[in-house]
Design a protein around this ligand. Structure first.
Ligand SMILES: CC(C)(COP(=O)(O)OP(=O)(O)OC[C@H]1O[C@@H](n2cnc3c(N)ncnc32)[C@H](O)[C@@H]1OP(=O)(O)O)[C@@H](O)C(=O)NCCC(=O)NCCS
Length: 134
């Protein structure tokens, strides 16, 4: 059974693992936990049986007008069960007072986000080739 929580409080690094698929230098479990704790909003999907985190979504905000969603991931073995959809729904509910909500994604994921009323835009980014772990 999957349960959802809106905080990283009480989460231990040992409950985190397997995230950051495709990253050349993924953060350590401690770094991952710091990222969750440093975010303004978090929703975690937890496998009740294994008590491990199997999905996460985070947002950072200015508290008034703008919110940005930097991280959404569901562990590969848990995909296709609606967990990603639920994480986005719950995060957008938390951010409902923000008139501007941004994220970046690959083109193939645009249909996934369009289901939530999001639409494609144009942006500019800087991406370090090899982000060092904290
Ligand atoms: C994107 C991601 C979070 C989706 O999680 P998930 O739990 O598998 O998603 P859901 O089961 O809720 O899928 C909801 C719908 O989106 C579709 N979908 C999921 N991943 C998709 C993808 N990569 N491309 C296109 N559609 C996708 C599913 O087919 C499903 O459609 P359906 O309802 O018609 O079957 C997951 O694939 C993932 O973690 N990917 C790697 C990290 C990533 O790309 N994160 C997004 C960063 S912007």
């Amino acid at each position: 059974m999957i349960r959802y929580v809106n905080s990283a409080a009480g989460i231990a690094p040992t409950q985190l693992g397997g995230f950051f698929e495709g990253w050349r230098a993924p953060p350590s479990a401690d770094g991952h936990l710091s990222m969750l704790q440093g975010s303004d909003h978090v929703v975690l999907a937890i496998d009740h049986d294994r008590t491990s985190v199997v999905g996460h979504i985070t947002a950072i905000t200015d508290g008034i007008a703008s919110a940005f969603i930097p991280m959404l991931e569901v562990l590969a073995e848990y995909r296709g069960r609606g967990i990603g959809h639920e994480l986005v729904l719950r995060m957008l509910a938390q951010l409902s007072d923000y008139p501007s909500i941004d994220l970046t994604c690959d083109q193939e994921l645009q249909p996934f986000y369009e289901r939530f009323g999001m639409h494609a835009s144009v942006g500019m980014v800087i991406r370090a080739i090899n982000v060092p772990p904290r």
